[in-house]
Design a binder for this molecule. Structure first.
Ligand code: ADP
Length: 540
């Protein structure tokens, strides 16, 4: 080979910030603060305060490779950490505050974070656990200066810390694009949380790809409100995708209740939002109750768990909003696929487009290869029918977990096993049928718990439907349907079974329907491990 003769510019996250400042400097960023006010500035303002923060971090002795932790909501201050920390070559460890205490301690200790930035909401948590954070030397409370409370940990104040620093031009260091930038831990529903260390290269390539028309299709006319958490796999990369494309950014802090979201959606002209299904269930209910409309909202990306078909349909039919289902995981930075139409699907008519978009997790995107592997190791045909282990490969897919040097995570071909069971069709659409550990194995056949849940959740009065496989004396496992109803609604077992009967094959019928609160994991998914343990003996 002969070397190419183009410029050797590393793909670093600071390039995104610099681009946003120069190309879209006056585009607004609106953030709710934890104090409850609305903070407004623009990409130039973000860049300026990020330079101040970078200087303050250097003053604290932060060096390349250090891990800096955050326990924070979707706010402008968290965004500043998103750029300042990796910009210096250090790593931002975004901690999920919904983990259990022991898991939070595990994450901070495992990451060996030396500075912890936290929102006021988490002050009690930090004070409770501070003695167990053996590597943290400095605590910084991300609050307004006049409402600062150093607490028992003697926290510095974010504003007081960065205030005296200059926002003049800063010589962002130039380093290898493969350097670590963000350290995100999986929620650890099985075993300890596992650290996924995103490189600058992965974050930048992912950010470029996710904005494409085949994916989120964002332009400078969009006003984007991420309702997935910045601490969970970088909120699907929106903190990078928006500045790349010049979108106005609206950050809701922790206020994900419908009325608070509506205030921003209507008040700020939000055109595009995204979050896990739970948030939208509450929002759609609230719209139905109040009779309000969705303002300029046009598209919503939903993922993290399967999108109930009824949700996508209500969004379209009642509110003219297009739902794009996405699938991804912490290990894929996190975007894998997005459900956007193709000419081959469009040719089959609008109903077919809706059907595909609403019931498939998404289609193949450049930068992440997918294949379905069968139990004998062979590749499944792309027929939309044959399900198997979903394997992924690409520049923003994990190679190895943080500090798990001995793990042989990938197969010989460099593929990562996602733990999901899926099908792939001739149009390149992927459909998740289950997580490998949640699939219900009954009499040698498999039942998709996701499919059953999707049907059951459309039964009137049902708010959340969870299906788990429970040990059964004859059939190995049989499905149990656990239902949480909408507040103030009563639904009977027979009503649910009558609703299911014409819609599913007979052997899929749950052996029982029970009514109980459905537990959720730290990332808002149905906690099937807890459900299985709670109902384990129910059918024996
Ligand atoms: P956790 O820490 O909860 O595992 P992740 O975000 O990494 O958090 O979870 C990724 C998993 O979530 C995927 O492997 C898949 O099982 C599930 N998931 C994500 N998006 C979807 C979707 N659209 N439909 C069904 N399952 C999904």
């Amino acid at each position: 080979m002969i070397p190419g003769l183009m410029q050797d510019v590393p793909l670093l996250t600071t390039a995104i910030l610099t681009h946003a400042e120069t190309a879209h400097g006056r585009v607004e960023i609106v953030s709710r603060t934890v104090e409850g006010r609305l903070h407004r500035y623009d990409y130039a303002g973000l860049a300026a305060r990020t330079r101040q923060l970078a200087r303050a971090l250097q003053g604290l002795g932060v060096k390349s490779g250090d891990r800096i932790a955050s326990l924070a909501w979707n706010t402008h201050r968290h965004m500043e950490l998103f750029y300042a920390v990796p910009g210096l070559g250090a790593v931002l460890n975004t901690v999920n505050p919904r983990l259990f205490d022991d898991q939070i301690v595990y994450v901070l200790e495992h990451a060996e974070s030396t500075v912890l930035f936290y929102d006021r909401t988490f002050a009690p948590l930090v004070e409770r656990l501070a003695d167990r954070f053996t590597t943290v030397k400095t605590f910084v409370l991300m609050s307004d200066a006049d409402s600062h409370d150093a607490g028992a940990v003697g926290a510095l104040n974010y504003e007081t810390l960065i205030g005296p620093e200059s926002d003049a031009a800063f010589a962002w260091p130039r380093f290898d694009e493969n350097a670590g930038a963000f350290l995100c831990y999986t929620s650890g529903t099985t075993g300890d949380p596992k650290g996924v260390l995103y490189s600058h290269r992965a974050v930048v390539l992912h950010g470029m790809a996710a904005g494409l028309a085949s994916a989120f299709g964002l332009t400078a006319f969009d006003v984007v409100m991420p309702c997935s958490s910045l601490y969970h796999a970088t909120a699907w990369g929106l903190p990078f995708i928006c500045p790349i494309n010049g979108c106005k950014l609206v950050l809701p802090a922790e206020k994900m209740d419908p009325a608070s979201l509506q205030e921003l959606i209507v008040g700020e002209g939000v055109t595009f939002s995204g979050g896990v299904p739970t948030i939208w269930t509450m929002y759609l209910d609230w719209l139905a109750q109040t009779g309000q409309d969705v303002g300029a909202l046009k598209r919503v990306i939903i993922g993290g768990s399967a999108v109930p078909r009824a949700m996508a349909e209500t969004f379209k039919v009642k509110h003219g909003v297009q739902v794009l289902q996405i699938w991804g995981m912490t290990e894929t930075c996190p975007l894998g696929v997005v459900a956007t139409p193709t000419p081959s699907i469009a040719a089959l008519g609008e109903d077919q487009v809706d059907e595909v978009i609403w019931t498939r997790q998404g289609r193949l995107q450049f930068g992440i290869e997918l294949k379905i592997m069968l139990e004998d190791g062979s590749e499944a045909p792309r027929d939309g029918e044959t399900s198997g282990a979903l394997m992924v490969r690409g520049p923003w897919t994990i190679r190895r977990y943080f500090r798990k040097e001995d793990d042989a995570l990938l197969d010989g071909g460099g593929w990562f096993d996602t733990g999901d069971i899926a099908t792939l069709d001739e149009h390149g659409f992927m459909r998740i049928t289950d997580r490998a550990k949640d699939v219900i194995k009954t009499g040698g056949e498999w039942i998709s718990s996701i499919d059953l849940e999707n049907i059951a959740v459309a039964c009137p009065g049902v708010k959340i439907a969870a299906v788990v496989g429970i040990p059964h004396p004859k059939w190995e496992e049989r499905p149990l349907l656990v239902i949480e109803t909408h507040e103030g609604r009563t639904v009977t077992r027979d009503e649910v079974l009558d609703y299911l009967r014409p819609r599913i094959v007979k052997w899929w019928m749950p052996d029982d329907v029970v009514f109980a609160a459905v537990p959720l994991t730290a990332t808002g998914k149905i906690d099937k491990k807890t459900l299985r343990a709670a109902w384990n003996g129910h059918l024996s």
